[in-house]
Design a protein around this ligand. Structure first.
Ligand code: PLP
Length: 256
C-alpha cells in the first residue's frame, strides 16, 4: 500500500486520547488545499466545520485555533480532524494530491443512495459516514461514483460535486437535492457566473448525464476535474471542462 500522508501525533498521550475518542466518540473533518503555500478558503472550511459540530451539539474551536492549526501544519493538502469524546481533540494529516492526479477520469453510478437529509444532514462531514463509506466500497477503478438521493435525483460523488454541460449551459444539483455544500462547487458557481456562463442549480435526473455534452466534478484537492467516461457506455468531450479547469485554478490563485 502506498503511504502518502504523514500522521502528526504530538505525544503518546495525544495518540492514546485520539484512540479512546475514536473508540467511543465521533469525528468530523475538513480537508483544505494550499496553492503556492497559501491555504485556500479557511473561512469557508471553518464555517462548514462549525456546522458539522453544531449538528452534533459540540462547541466548535475558535477561528483563531482552527487557523493556527492550519498554519502550523501547512502541506499541499491538510486534513483536520476533530474527535469528540466529552472533549474536543484535534488531529492533522499532511497529505498530497498525488492520488487524484489521473489522466483519464471515469465515473459511474453507485446503487448506494445518499442518506435522506431528514435522517442525516448532507453537510455533516463525519469520518466513516456510512452512506459515503458504503458507496466508496463500490468505486472499483472509477475516479468516483455518483450517488442518487432517496427520490432518485442525482446528488454527488463520494468526495466531489458534479456538473453537467449541455449546449453551453451548465447544470448542477441544487443544495436541496441533498448534497454537501462543496466549497469548490460554491467557488466554481461564482467563477462561472462572473465569466458569463449560464448556470442552473436544480434537481437533476440521473439520465440527464447521458445526454450531456460534458461532465465535470469539483473537489478541494483538484478543483475542476473533467470527466472522460460515464459507466461503460458514455464517452465524453472534455474541451470546455479542460479550459474551465485551467482558468479556475488561476482564478483561485488570484483570490489568495
Ligand atoms: N461531496 C462530498 C460527499 C464530499 O465529501 C466532498 C468533499 O469531501 C465534496 C462533495 C466536495 O467538497 P469540497 O469542494 O468542499 O471539497
Amino acid at each position: 500500500m502506498k503511504v502518502w500522508c504523514r500522521k502528526l501525533f504530538k505525544s503518546t498521550h495525544q495518540m492514546n486520547e485520539i484512540l479512546e475518542g475514536l473508540t467511543r466518540g465521533i469525528a468530523v473533518y475538513e480537508t483544505l488545499r494550499t496553492y503556492n503555500g497559501k491555504p485556500f478558503a479557511i473561512n469557508e472550511h471553518y464555517r462548514r466545520l462549525c456546522k458539522s459540530l453544531g449538528y452534533l451539539r459540540i462547541e466548535p474551536p475558535t477561528y483563531k485555533d482552527f487557523e493556527k492549526l492550519i498554519y502550523d501544519n501547512l502541506s499541499e493538502r491538510i486534513r483536520v480532524v476533530y474527535i469528540y469524546d466529552g472533549r474536543l481533540i484535534s488531529y492533522v494529516l499532511q497529505e498530497s494530491t498525488e492520488n487524484f492526479e489521473v489522466d483519464y477520469v471515469k465515473v459511474d453510478f453507485t446503487t448506494v443512495r445518499r442518506a435522506d437529509a431528514s435522517s442525516i444532514p448532507p453537510d455533516l462531514k463525519s469520518i466513516g459516514r456510512p452512506d459515503i463509506y458504503l458507496a466508496r466500497l463500490t468505486k472499483g477503478d472509477n475516479y468516483d461514483v455518483l450517488l442518487l438521493g432517496s427520490k432518485g435525483q442525482l446528488c454527488e460523488g463520494t468526495f466531489s460535486n458534479v456538473f453537467l454541460v449541455k449546449n453551453n449551459k451548465i447544470v448542477t444539483p441544487s443544495l436541496d437535492s441533498g448534497i454537501l455544500d462543496g466549497i469548490t462547487r460554491m467557488y466554481v458557481l461564482k467563477f462561472l457566473k462572473e465569466n458569463g456562463y449560464s448556470v442552473e442549480e436544480r434537481y437533476v435526473e440521473p439520465c440527464e448525464i447521458f445526454y450531456a455534452d460534458e461532465v465535470f466534478l469539483t473537489h478541494t484537492s483538484r478543483g475542476i476535474v473533467p470527466v472522460h467516461q460515464v459507466g461503460t457506455l458514455k464517452t465524453l468531450s472534455t474541451s470546455l471542462s479542460e479550459n474551465l479547469a485551467k482558468q479556475f485554478e488561476e482564478y483561485i490563485k488570484c483570490l489568495l
